[in-house]
Design a protein around this ligand. Structure first.
Ligand code: PMP
Length: 395
């Protein structure tokens, strides 16, 4: 790692051979590998054996509306939400997806696919928004929906005079960690709540979320992004049916191996989460991950304070119902803003051999960049080292 030039993308020796351009536009920079040491320490506790004759059918539970959801995963998800208190899951349908990336598209389809639709419905999100929303919305040039940018600037009226739109509310937000609510608030609007980071390691859990469509992902809850498991909690049966139809047409369900692995790992979290939170048990995942992120944020804030070139957002102290402590958010990403006007922060940071994602991709100005706080220990420390060095060169 230490020899690598562009640290965010070179996670280990094998990957070091990957071509720079290829990596630049890829997902390496947001790979949540920070929790790997925890799971390694767990040893064989979450190891499972799947024999060649297991799980061969397309079906997981033919009697359930979501017929490709493994019942064990459904149980683990409901138990976990109950334990953490971050979302109401009772009376909701669980729709499993290949990551929330697939569920986001399933939700767009479900909310826009009415037979009398004559033109695409506008999809908006408050800036700075998750940089994948515009691309994921528009890459198939759907006739059902289209990206319409920053929700704060949305004023389009459809032909019939109604303001029909879909607003994606991402809270806590990627990139800036803020707690969000819907901003357009007009009749005819439909909401998708992307709650990928509403877990105790990132933010105080202040209430159980209770929205029409809520998206969660295994990727950010435990760091198992490679399993590609996400789930939606959906109130309305008609909307859930359409999302399920989308996934049926798109991939005929979701990998059972992944679902069973997720069920086992999420199940472990419920077993030793809430009850043991204050008992300093080394195997408590949320305690471990919250401490780790708090430590990283402290180190980053120290560096930023010393080099006096950037500003980081401040987060309010709030009572967390899960930890029963007053805590602060420690988001998965740091939203760095250069103090100097007209500075292209991405260029500046890149000149110091660090690759970050520039603010423009999130609907913000170029003085902003997003930095992952979920990289491996070596990469994160090297990032801090290089960020500290900017002061000398810049002044
Ligand atoms: N929503 C947000 C806000 C995210 O940050 C991410 C991952 N970076 C996703 C969705 C996609 O997650 P998944 O791995 O479940 O597809």
């Amino acid at each position: 790692i230490v020899e690598a030039d562009h640290i965010f993308f070179i996670v280990n020796r094998e990957r070091a051979g990957v071509q720079f351009d290829l990596i630049y536009d890829s997902i390496f920079e947001r790979d949540p590998t920070v929790f790997e040491p925890y799971w390694r320490k767990m040893g064989d506790k979450c190891t499972m054996v799947i024999s060649a004759s297991d799980s061969m059918s397309y079906f997981s539970d033919a009697g359930n509306l979501c017929w490709f959801l493994e019942p064990k995963l459904g149980d683990s998800i409901r138990n976990l939400h109950r334990e953490i208190g971050n979302a109401k899951s009772n009376g909701r349908h669980i729709v499993v997806g290949t990551g929330t990336t697939q569920l986001y598209q399933a939700a767009l389809y479900a909310l826009s696919s009415s037979p009398d639709r004559t033109h695409p419905i506008s999809v908006v999100s408050a800036a700075p928004y998750y940089s994948q929303y515009p691309e994921e919305t528009d890459y198939l040039r759907s006739g059902l929906y289209k990206w319409a940018g920053d929700a704060y600037k949305f004023d389009k009226k459809e032909d019939d005079g109604n303001s029909n739109y879909i607003e994606v509310v991402n809270s806590p937000s990627n990139p800036d960690g803020s707690i969000r609510e819907a901003v357009v608030n007009r009749t005819g609007g439909k909401l998708i709540h992307d709650l990928a980071y509403y877990w105790p390691q990132y933010t105080p859990i202040t209430r159980p979320a209770d929205h029409d469509i809520m998206l969660f992902t295994f990727s950010k809850c435990t760091g198992h992004a490679g399993s590609r498991i996400g789930w939606a909690l959906v109130k309305d049966t008609g909307v859930a049916k359409k999302m399920i139809k989308f996934i049926e047409l798109n991939s005929i369900g979701v990998s059972k191996e992944s679902q069973l692995r997720a069920a086992m790992i999420l199940g472990t979290l419920s077993d030793n989460s809430y009850r043991n939170f204050n008992s300093n048990k080394p195997d408590n995942f949320f305690e471990y991950s919250q401490c780790l992120l708090a430590e990283r944020w402290k180190k980053l804030r120290d560096v930023v304070k010393r080099n006096r070139l950037f500003i980081l957002p401040d987060y309010p102290l709030e009572y967390c119902n899960f930890t029963r402590k007053i805590t602060q958010s420690h988001p998965a990403f740091a939203w760095l803003q250069c103090k100097e006007e007209d500075v292209d922060s991405e260029k500046l940071i890149k000149a110091h051999k660090m690759l970050v994602r520039d603010g423009v991709r999130f609907g913000a100005e170029k003085k902003y960049v997003r930095v992952s706080m979920l990289s491996s220990e070596g990469v994160f420390n090297l990032f801090l080292q290089r960020l500290s060095a900017i002061q000398g060169n810049f002044n």
